[in-house]
Ligand binder design. Structure first.
Ligand code: KG4
Ligand code: ZN
Length: 357
């Protein structure tokens, strides 16, 4: 049994957690997430502000995670920390603090790739969310379809060629005048929308795509944003009477619904294709967009047609958090993959164990 303290500061949440266990038998002892709300007024994450906020909160957040677990600093066996990808200044705060802790406590330091953390998040709540499985990672920064043959054995099947799915939600949220980050507000607005009134094309999805075609698993979300922009402008025109002759607010909801249905349509179709191609009976979701109930419901429905089960983490574990970092760290620690005190932070770096399809 090993007990790992995880630290995550890659973007705008300062988070610490304790996870303990052996192999896939691991439990979360504590999880603290401090979300920085200062960025909302700027409509996006401001790197300078993020780094400073991490600096002021990292010590109390880690202390709280240990307290919640009923542990002292000396009771942890290793310190896992996100070292990539993310905002370098933000990552550096976590990496520096983790190194200081590892040095003073004389415990191993375990560098964790943020995306590997997202792959492990669901297993903290669903013991069956273990390899082999098809993973759909959908966050504000990433959209990837990965076949997970085993932990550490990843095959990249497809990715977005431009905007990430969450980024598209955020940009569409802005176009619709919603607060940042827009994802959950777009989802809420779409609930009042009528399906089919704005039938946006499902991005990069055609029925005649074949395995081996470069766009069979790939995705793209920047075109639909432009289509939404035109729809919003047209709907705001006082002379506009279609579709349905509805008022402005209803049209905004209809646009949100049309946008969300198109994005979900593409994500679901590509994920089911991937599970079919690799004969997987489990599909694991990760990243902030995994919070979207429309996505998990549609994916669960479609996956059932090929006999696959879908595992989606709850909000705290789907969005950025340190429990998933501690869990991935537990795996890397088990393999003896520890880091040295010259560990650096990187804006981007390859996911360990990831092969091209
Ligand atoms: O994983 P995450 O917390 O941070 C990144 O690593 O990016 O994901 C945040 C993203 C944002 O783009 C946010 O708008 C989106 O996840 N998001 C949602 C929902 N909740 C959060 N997108 C669609 N529907 C939601 N309910
Ligand atoms: Zn993330």
């Amino acid at each position: 049994m090993a007990r790992v303290l995880g630290i995550e500061t890659s973007c705008d949440e300062t988070s610490a957690a304790v996870v303990e266990g052996t192999g896939d038998d691991a439990v979360m002892r504590s999880l603290v997430i401090l979300s920085q709300d200062a960025h909302a007024v700027f409509g996006g994450v401001v790197p300078e502000i993020a780094s400073r906020a991490h600096l002021t909160s990292i010590v109390p957040v880690v202390r709280r995670a240990l307290d919640d677990a009923g542990l002292g600093p000396g009771d942890v066996d290793a310190i896992a920390v996100t070292y990539t990808p993310g905002l370098v200044g933000a990552l550096l705060v976590g990496v520096s603090y983790a190194k200081a802790l590892a040095f003073t406590l004389e415990r191993p330091l375990v560098p964790v790739h943020h995306l590997e953390g997202h792959l492990f998040a669901a297993t903290l709540e669903h013991p069956d969310a273990v390899p082999p499985f098809t993973a759909l990672l959908v966050s504000g920064g990433h959209t990837m379809l990965i076949d997970v043959a085993g932990w550490g054995d990843y095959r990249l099947l497809g990715a977005t060629r431009d905007d990430a799915a969450g980024e598209a939600f955020d940009k569409v949220g802005k176009l619709l005048g919603l607060p940042y980050p827009g994802g959950r507000h777009v989802e809420a607005l779409a609930l009042d929308g009528v399906a089919g009134r704005y039938p946006f094309t499902r991005p990069m999805l055609r029925q005649n795509q074949r395995p081996g075609d470069p766009d069979y698993f790939d995705m793209s979300f920047s075109g639909i944003k432009t289509a939404v922009l035109h729809a919003v402008r047209h709907a705001a025109d006082p002379g506009t009477t279609e579709p349905g002759g509805n008022g402005q607010q209803q049209r905004r909801a209809d646009i949100a619904r049309g946008f969300q249905d198109a994005v979900i349509g593409t994500l679901v179709a590509k994920t089911v294709r991937a599970a079919t191609a690799y004969d997987r009976t489990r599909i694991v979701l990760g990243g902030g967009v995994a919070c979207n109930r429309g996505l998990s419901a549609a994916l669960t429905r479609e996956a059932a047609t090929i006999g696959a089960a879908v595992f989606a983490p709850t909000r705290r574990l789907a969005t950025d958090n340190a429990a998933m970092i501690a869990r991935a760290g537990l795996f890397r620690l088990g393999r003896g993959e520890t880091g040295t005190l010259d560990l650096n932070a990187y804006a981007s770096a390859g996911l360990p164990g990831l092969r091209a399809a």
